[in-house]
Design a protein around this ligand. Structure first.
Ligand code: GAP
Length: 515
């Protein structure tokens, strides 16, 4: 069986070969951690965004959307704390001249202990067969106990150092654990330093004294600075939310794992403004709602888990990640944060404007508290692609690569194929396509054998293929072929619309979420 690492490599190659994701400016050898979405990738991404946007703004009458600019007044980032506190702890290896995130080096070391524990368990499971009891084994095996003790001690020391912003201890942990640079193999480390992740540029000409501005590292601040505008013009009553989808930029030092960690990426964020004191109730509500949204896609409930934060961001009083099981382990796809009234208060202080809400029911004014749901479009894209990518051996000895994408998100919903390029079949196929194309994204393919055409559609995740043959001209029936089961059946052309609609209409997912 292929290792998860091999599967991931194949997935990345597949994304390129089938027009989902290309390295940015590839003809110039690419640009680190920046990617372009191709013809199929952009359709999948747009469908993800629609699923999110509609689940916020259609399903909630108290949530509205905005689209703020990427450039913002530089004081925004002073007020939000990003100028002073949006840092990663970095360390350099003097021999290889390579730079690393100190926290990532230590997290990798923690993962090594986990791998050792798993390996011991696997060996024992083979030895003991069906009677193997993993918990009991971990509690009693001396070697596993030693690994667990070391791992827990490291975790505790690491969490404390991160929380206390203690850069000296971070370096000492790296030395004590004997962590070496993967390139040079040496422990010749510099001290750990903080590195700000924001990209900056200049606005205006330098002769006039240009203003240093930042490319936003999160979309959320565009919502906070527009809080008063939206609340007043929309006559919004608390609790209410503002949703936004847009690009964000971070000068990530450890940029790896394909579109998982990029320097330019896209976020879908919603800030939900609530009464002070009610934030934990709404935090619990949004935690549950967001997980339902993910699970409704049917990628497998066991692939998700919550991860409560040990270290809270400078603005939060509670935070949870929704993690998804990627080929490289469970990883954060979305964050749900209780941001208190930190951002609005800071903007009120720095701008000198009063940013408050008069609550008619309480007959008092206050600065609203905020629950934020923040999900990366690209990470969502990667989670869906990794769950969908499948290599199958078929009964006839052949194999196929199929993307078992949720039908609602598939880039192409229906491929219409005349059996041959003559005898009036292409014309009939075009007629069928014309009847579907205003509602469903359709493709037309008349080249090569039907088998090859099916494989091409499997590889991009098209849920339905429709074949028009000579019989169709007589009985107005076509063969529909289902991607996942590869089953084929003869159906009336007049039934086509409803069969496709049942699977691809987002309405059905929304009903599931609201149950
Ligand atoms: N406004 C809160 C905020 O930005 P975050 O946890 O830093 O919180 C939210 O980011 C989400 O944005 C993450 O869960 C992830 O999906 C996505 N994200 C963050 N950094 C990213 C990166 N470098 N590349 C791709 N996605 C990223």
């Amino acid at each position: 069986m292929a290792s998860q690492e091999d599967v991931f490599k194949k997935l990345v190659a597949h994304c390129k070969e089938y027009g989902f994701v290309f390295p940015s400016s590839e003809i110039y050898d690419g640009l680190g951690a920046v990617y372009d979405y191709g013809q199929n990738g952009v359709e999948l991404k747009n469908n993800i965004k629609k699923y999110w946007w509609d689940s916020m703004t259609l399903l909630h009458e108290n949530i509205v959307g905005i689209d703020a600019a990427i450039f913002m007044h530089p004081t925004t980032w002073k007020a939000s704390g990003h100028v002073d506190a949006f840092n990663d702890p970095l360390i350099d290896n003097r021999d290889s001249k390579k730079r690393y995130r100190a926290d990532v080096l230590i997290e990798d070391q923690l993962a090594k202990y986990d791998e050792k524990i798993d390996k011991e368990c696997e060996k024992a499971a083979k030895r003991f067969g069906e009677s193997f009891d993993k918990d009991m084994f971990c509690q009693t095996n001396a070697r596993v106990q030693e690994y667990i003790t070391k791992r827990n001690a490291l975790h505790e020391r690491f969490a404390k150092a991160i929380n206390d912003n203690d850069l000296e201890t971070l370096k000492q942990i790296i030395l004590d654990e004997g962590i070496v640079c993967p390139i040079s193999g040496t422990k010749n480390w510099t001290d750990v330093r903080q590195f700000n992740l924001m990209f900056s540029t200049e606005m205006g000409s330098t002769a006039d004294g240009a203003m240093k501005i930042y490319l936003r590292p999160e979309t959320a601040q565009g919502i906070f600075v527009n809080y008063l505008n939206v609340q007043k013009t929309g006559r919004m009553k608390i609790p209410f939310g503002i949703a936004q989808i847009g690009k964000a930029f971070r000068n990530e030092i450890v940029a790896r794992q394909f579109v998982f960690r990029m320097r330019e990426f896209e976020q879908m964020e919603m800030q939900f403004f609530v009464r002070p004191g009610e934030e934990m109730k709404w935090f619990a509500h949004w935690k549950e709602f967001r997980l339902k949204w993910h699970k409704a896609l049917g990628l497998g409930d066991h692939k998700y888990r919550y991860h409560d934060h040990d270290k809270l961001a400078h603005y939060a009083n509670a935070a949870t990640d929704i993690e998804f099981e990627m080929p490289f382990g469970f990883k954060e796809v979305e964050g749900i944060h209780s941001r208190t009234n930190f951002d609005l208060s800071q903007h009120a202080q720095y701008s000198g404007k009063k940013i408050e809400y008069f609550d008619p029911e309480m007959n008092q004014s206050y600065t609203p508290y905020v629950i934020e749901t923040s999900i990366g479009v690209d990470r969502m894209f990667l989670s869906i692609m990794s769950a969908a990518y499948c290599e199958e051996k078929l009964d006839n000895g052949e194999s196929r690569v199929v993307l078992k994408l949720p039908a609602v998100l598939a880039p192409v919903k229906v491929c219409v194929m005349p059996l041959v390029k003559k005898d009036g079949l292409p014309e009939k196929a075009r007629q069928i396509m014309d009847s579907l194309k205003f509602e469903f994204h359709c493709a037309y393919d008349e080249k090569d054998s039907i088998g090859k055409r099916y494989r091409r559609q499997d590889a991009i995740g098209t849920p339905f293929c429709i074949t028009i043959d000579h019989q169709t001209l007589e009985d107005d029936c076509v063969t529909i072929r289902y991607r996942d089961t590869m089953q084929q059946e003869r159906i009336k052309i007049s039934d086509l619309h409803d069969i496709v609609d049942k699977q691809v209409n987002m309405k059905n997912l929304f009903r599931k979420i609201m149950e």
